[in-house]
Design a protein around this ligand. Structure first.
Ligand code: SAH
Length: 363
């Protein structure tokens, strides 16, 4: 099995590092340096499945290269399409772990929602991934690899935008997420503009600082979900470690505009006083607010806020000059929210969406 494979996985390396290693390797064998560039071009830009598929290299060179290096791949276990065009993919990793990727079309954009961990340690009360617990961190080859795999399908699926809103907490896996950001962004790899790549976090402070220190304009979304510590504590246990006030402080210091994610939980965080408190926080950090209808299925005991109540919550925010969007629920018929596909696959019963739930609510 590839987990016991000691070869270097070229997909784990940032382009500069891959090039340096390949050049050294080529040089040691008296091969010209351009061979290294040829290999790099086949990792992400015109991706191939294995080293043996790099047909521009002589066969003997491919064989020698495959002794020291490998190109890993993810096995596509399930693919499901929603009536609204959203597609969901379940990948099986070398060690049997299952992770999800969702492709969401919206006008001329195609956003991939990718996973950064198998499972999640944070146990947010309404989240299906939290309910399954933490399995392990993903490697760069497994995170950026989700994008690579979809590009290798026929026909290829090529994203314009990436959001780290699949399974896991990206800023608890910064060691792999940082090189992944390079792979997504670097023109020699996936070439997606930094402003089109969003990290979503519960507010892991050291991770926010590390993201802020990167020179590229990657975007930051913070899962706020409650405007007070008392309430946030009950929904997001991580609030004890990273309390709201400190998360807000970090958002203020972030030198780019941040987005607040706010899942609307019926009767829990959707009252007028919550809107007033949330507006105050958003104003302090000049944040844009995304109101997210609860995806039924993840939420143990929670109910979606009715559409008219979401609309008046949005109105209350806008009335306080806070830029607000109501996210449309996508892929409801395929349980496309965080962790739901894997949960389904592993046999836990999911509530069936009612006809009313199937409606796509737009602001
Ligand atoms: N750990 C990161 C990223 C993964 S979750 C984070 O928490 O931000 C991406 C977003 O989906 C988060 O805002 C999360 O709270 C939200 N989410 C989780 N379960 C959901 C559900 N059932 N319905 C709607 N949004 C959900």
């Amino acid at each position: 099995m590839a987990t016991s494979d000691s070869r270097i996985d070229l997909l784990d390396l940032e382009p500069d590092v891959a090039l340096a290693q390949l050049r050294t390797w080529m040089n040691e064998r008296g091969e010209p340096a351009y061979r290294a560039t040829q290999v790099l071009g086949r990792l992400w830009q015109k991706p191939v499945r294995t080293i043996d598929d790099i047909s521009e290299l002589p066969k003997a060179l491919r064989e020698a290269l495959a002794v020291d290096f490998r190109i890993s791949s993810l096995e596509l276990a399930t693919r499901q399409a929603s009536i609204d065009g959203t597609e969901k993919f379940l990948f099986r990793l070398d060690d049997g772990q299952l992770i999800e990727t969702v492709a969401i079309p919206d006008g001329d954009r195609l956003t991939f929602c990718i996973s950064s961990q198998a499972g999640c340690a944070l146990k947010c009360a309404f989240c299906a991934t939290g309910a399954m617990g933490f399995q392990r961190n993903l490697r760069p080859s497994e995170i950026a690899g989700q994008v690579r795999e979809l590009r290798m399908l026929t026909p290829a699926i090529v994203p314009t935008n990436i959001v780290f809103m699949g399974m896991g907490e990206p800023l608890m896996n910064w060691k792999a997420v940082s090189p992944t950001l390079t792979l997504l962004n670097d023109p020699r790899a996936l070439g997606i503009g930094a402003r089109h790549i969003t990290i979503s976090t519960v507010g892991v402070l050291p991770g926010i600082q590390a993201l802020a220190a990167r020179p590229e304009q990657f975007r930051l979304a913070i899962s706020i979900h409650a405007p007070s510590d008392e309430l946030r504590q009950t929904l997001m246990p991580v609030n004890t470690k990273y309390p709201l006030a400190e998360v807000i402080e970090a958002a203020k210091e972030f030198d780019r505009r941040v987005t607040f994610e706010y899942v609307m939980l019926g009767g829990v965080n959707d009252q007028p006083e919550h809107a007033a408190q949330l507006a105050q926080l958003a104003r302090e950090c000049r944040a844009f607010v995304n109101l997210i209808p609860l995806h039924p299925g993840g939420g143990m005991g929670f109910h979606p806020t009715p559409a008219p109540v979401i609309a008046s919550f949005a109105k209350a925010l806008r009335g306080r000059s806070i830029e607000t969007a109501i996210r449309r629920s996508r892929g409801l018929d395929i349980a496309a929210a965080c962790g739901q596909l894997r949960t389904e696959r592993l046999g836990r019963r999911l509530p069936v969406a009612t006809e009313d739930d199937r409606e796509v609510h737009v602001a």
